[in-house]
Design a protein around this ligand. Structure first.
Ligand SMILES: [Zn+2]
Length: 469
């Protein structure tokens, strides 16, 4: 319990409690904290509350109707207990704790949650999914919005907000904010062009294309002192605005930033539902964490794929459907537990499969595919890729390898008898066995298609609805 704010809220006990009182000011309240721990301990250390601008999200979809995320924030009216807001999310901490580093010592990561400012004192509860898949309370605290502990100072003016696509009011649109990272002042026009190009590709991909009129796109241009990103594996260090860098969790292409506070303060200048940090780089890379943000580099050959794939993670919490690529996670998904992600299943009970309604009755479960042939090709590629990374091979050489694996796996998957069918194909979420994906191929599985499978499409569509109703 957060005692400082808990006792302050007592002073408000006598205020107007009439049921007609609005439950929110429709301003955005940001809750900042540090999420820290080891493999055996986990703590939430609050650092402050901040008023941003007008609430950009839906004014009717305040309580999440789905069961998503490794974590979940609930906001309750303190007096009545009424649930005012809930959202599932994932976090850098939540990934870090599954790496070997968590067994060796503590890690600490800045995090934020944003929700409509409650009109009265509220109780915040942060839940974490337990090993059995059910949410349990990790932390709770209180906030009195009228207290002196809520920062109401003017938002910083850093850089420039560019309107790239304006289709309607923030409350009923999905508001994307593309944040420039690693672009110098001289590269402002390049940022605007890169943001237009890549969001254009995203909005030309289904299901976004059929809902494109429900998307606003803005860019936040904060010039960097130097062009490009830090790449520690090559000894390259750059002074960029938000500190995004390659080699997160010692994974060559994984791009994250640990400067949440700096990023949130800058982003608060524009209304946004979803953040994409667009990194000015030739090298392949990106990352996407559910209800946090996505990162993607601008100029690799596969930039369109990375941009759309990572947005699938950050926007709708889609799982990686691939399983052999090198990742730093150990035991990402507990055995025998159904993943919460919409597009992966442990197939514990085929009759209750969450995408059962999309499967033809004739399609067998699990759905057969030639996994051995695919794995043979993929393993050979992974070995070459590891060699190329170790040898610090050029980006062109690595792209050659990617074209090669595509040329080999695309025909293999194309001749699968169950291709195009929704079923349950073994191999998903970093596991070759025991976890299943909905179609034989999908942009969450490989770089071959430029489209999502039908199960991913449905999850994305229901997420769009959460912002536009
Ligand atoms: Zn999919």
């Amino acid at each position: 319990m957060w005692s400082v704010l808990a006792h302050l809220s007592l002073a408000l006990a006598a205020q107007d409690q009439s049921p007609q009182a609005p439950s929110t000011s429709w301003r955005t309240l940001r809750f900042d904290y540090v999420h820290c721990g080891t493999a055996n301990a986990e703590q939430i250390a609050p650092t402050g509350f901040r008023i941003e601008g007008e609430w950009p999200g839906s004014r009717t979809q305040l309580v999440e109707p789905y069961d998503t995320g490794k974590y979940r924030l609930r906001v309750h009216d303190k007096q009545t207990g009424q649930l005012l807001w809930s959202r599932g999310f994932c976090s850098i901490y939540g990934e870090w704790e599954t790496t070997g580093a968590a067994k060796e010592g503590w890690g600490a990561f800045e995090e934020s949650q944003r929700f409509p400012e409650p009109a009265r004192p509220a109780r915040l509860v942060l839940d974490k999914r337990a090993a059995n898949g059910a949410f349990t309370e990790l932390w709770s605290g209180e906030v009195d919005p009228s207290s002196r502990f809520v920062d109401r100072s003017a938002l910083p003016r850093a850089g420039e907000v560019l309107t790239l696509r304006d289709e309607g009011p923030a409350a009923t649109q999905v508001d994307l904010l593309v944040v420039a990272e690693g672009y110098t002042q001289a590269e402002r026009a390049k940022f605007a062009a890169d943001a237009q190009r890549l969001t254009g590709i995203l909005l030309a991909t289904e299901p976004f294309q059929r809902h494109a009129q429900r998307f606003n796109v803005r860019g936040l241009f904060v010039p960097a002192a130097e062009s490009g990103l830090s790449n520690p594996r090559k000894g390259v260090w750059r002074d960029s605005a938000f500190g995004a860098a390659f080699n997160s969790f010692d994974s060559d292409r994984y791009v994250l930033t640990y400067r949440d506070r700096v990023l949130r303060e800058a982003a608060a200048q524009a209304p946004y539902d979803a953040l994409i940090v667009l990194c000015n780089e030739r090298k392949y890379g990106g990352g996407g964490i559910y209800n946090l943000w996505a990162t993607a580099t601008s100029d690799s050959e596969a930039a369109p794929y990375v941009f759309v794939h990572e947005f699938g993670h950050s926007f709708a919490g889609l799982a990686d459907e691939y399983y052999s690529s090198q990742v730093a996670y150990e035991a990402f998904q507990p055995k025998g537990v159904e993943p919460w992600e919409a597009n992966a299943t442990a197939l514990l009970d085929p009759a209750k499969l969450k995408w059962r309604d999309l499967i033809d009755p004739q399609t067998p479960l699990p759905t057969p595919w030639d996994q051995a042939a695919y794995d043979a090709v993929d393993l050979a590629y992974q070995a070459k890729r590891a060699q190329a990374i170790a040898a610090q091979a050029s980006e062109e050489r690595q792209e050659e390898l990617m074209r090669d694996i595509k040329a080999q796996t695309a025909p293999l998957l194309a001749k699968e008898p169950q291709r195009g069918k929704v079923g349950a194909f073994e191999g998903a979420m970093y596991e070759a066995k025991g976890l299943y994906r909905p179609e034989v191929d999908c942009i969450m599985f490989s770089r071959n298609p430029s489209s999502f499978c039908r199960v991913c499409e449905r999850a994305l569509e229901r997420t769009i609805a959460l912002y536009t109703r």
